[in-house]
Design a protein around this ligand. Structure first.
Ligand SMILES: Cc1ncc(COP(=O)(O)O)c(C=O)c1O
Length: 380
């Protein structure tokens, strides 16, 4: 039987040549020449903000909490339908994540739920563009300015995606990207921090270097380096940046291919949507997504699970996504949900992600959508 994995990590074909250069250079710790190439290439894709490569998006998020000076007693507003790293970054600083509801069409934070969650303790607003589909950034920017909140974008899914022509990851004071192998381009494990407040760059470099002024020492600006503040080891090593540098030129090609597959799914599954069997993603006007995730939504959690099992029996891997953080063990202990959970729980239970990666052929897409059609005929 045909096996269709959920993801196939992308390879540009140029990775081996970069590894040859790396081995010849005999230089492996970050940030070296490949790290700088990645920062320049990613910066160029984003319109040249300051970029620091990091060991993961999780670590970049931890850096946002440190840079924002967030600490005990502070509150940070974020969606509950998100990855655990977002909340953890602030819990590690002793702050309280305050969750608000999402909107069903794109699974992104509901801007109308934000103001009701703001208190005198609120310091930051963190948004996540699910599946590379932009949040309602005009409203979110206006709210963060009005209430003087630090705005952080978790752009883990967002390479190559934009809102009203502007790349995601350039709206917030800070933004984070992931280059985990599940992402559109990757280096196994890796991430980046985007700093749209240039005055924070020197501190960000020190935080990334274990809380030392080693970056100044390397540039010859100080005679020795010492412990200067709170930090950790957030650098990305040269083997990883050599791998990623080989992929950063391919963002446009990868995005185009993934969007082609996304659009093909939409064409193949639209009849089922029209028949009321499932729902398709509905990005907001102005959002130019990057085909990172293709999801469908079923009537409820039980039919979603039945379909996932049905597809697994046909060797098609399809997965749900985040269990809302406020429903998790740690979420209950460290965080609170503000307002009504109209959609977070209900929509996350109904969501199923289908395979999407360059190389997924039309025959595979037809095989998957026919299997979904057969599922609905079976349950009808
Ligand atoms: C929205 C979001 N943020 C952050 C992360 C963490 O990324 P990383 O694995 O690079 O730490 C993920 C992981 O998939 C994610 O989905």
């Amino acid at each position: 039987m045909k096996q269709i994995p959920f993801n196939r990590p992308y390879l540009s074909g140029k990775e081996a040549a970069n590894f040859d250069d790396l081995l010849r250079s005999n230089r492996f710790a970050g940030p070296g020449p490949f790290g700088i190439i990645c920062e320049e290439k990613l910066g160029a894709l984003l319109g040249n903000p300051a970029v620091l490569m990091t060991s993961s998006c999780t670590h970049a998020l931890e850096m946002t909490a440190l840079l924002s000076g967030i600490g005990p007693g502070d509150e940070v507003i974020m969606p509950s339908f998100t990855f655990v790293s977002m909340a953890n970054a602030f819990v590690l600083r002793g702050a309280v994540p305050v969750f608000v509801d999402i909107r069903p069409g794109d699974m992104n934070i509901d801007p109308t739920a934000i103001e009701g969650a703001i208190t005198s303790k609120t310091r930051a607003l963190v948004v996540m563009h699910y599946a590379g589909m932009a949040c309602e950034m005009d409203t979110i920017l206006a709210l963060s300015r009005k209430h003087e909140l630090i705005l952080i974008e978790d752009a883990a899914h967002c390479i190559g995606a934009s809102y009203k022509g502007r790349p995601l990851g350039t709206f917030g004071d800070l933004a984070t990207f992931s280059f985990h192998e599940s992402k559109n381009i990757h280096c196994g494990e890796g991430g980046a921090l985007v700093i749209n407040r240039p005055e924070w760059l020197p501190l960000a470099r020190q935080i990334r270097e274990k809380g030392t002024n080693r970056p100044d020492f390397i540039r010859g600006e100080v005679a020795f380096y010492e412990w200067t503040g709170v930090g950790s080891s957030y650098l990305l090593g040269e083997p990883s940046t050599a791998f990623l540098a080989a992929q950063l030129d391919e963002v446009a090609t990868v995005t185009q291919e993934r969007k082609r597959i996304f659009d093909r799914y939409v064409a193949l599954l639209s009849p089922l949507e029209k028949a009321g069997k499932l729902e398709l993603p509905n990005p907001i006007v102005g959002s130019e997504h990057n085909g990172h995730i293709f999801f469908i939504k079923l009537e409820d959690g039980s039919s979603r699970n039945q379909l996932a099992d049905f597809l697994a029996n046909r060797s098609i891997s399809a997965y749900f996504h985040y269990i809302p953080l406020h429903a998790s063990l740690a979420g209950k202990a460290f965080c609170r949900f503000e307002g009504t959970d109209n959609f977070t729980t209900k929509e996350s239970e109904r969501l199923l992600r289908l395979p999407i990666y360059p190389g997924l052929g039309d025959a595979d897409l037809k095989y998957i959508s026919e299997a979904i059609e057969v599922f609905f005929q079976t349950v009808d």
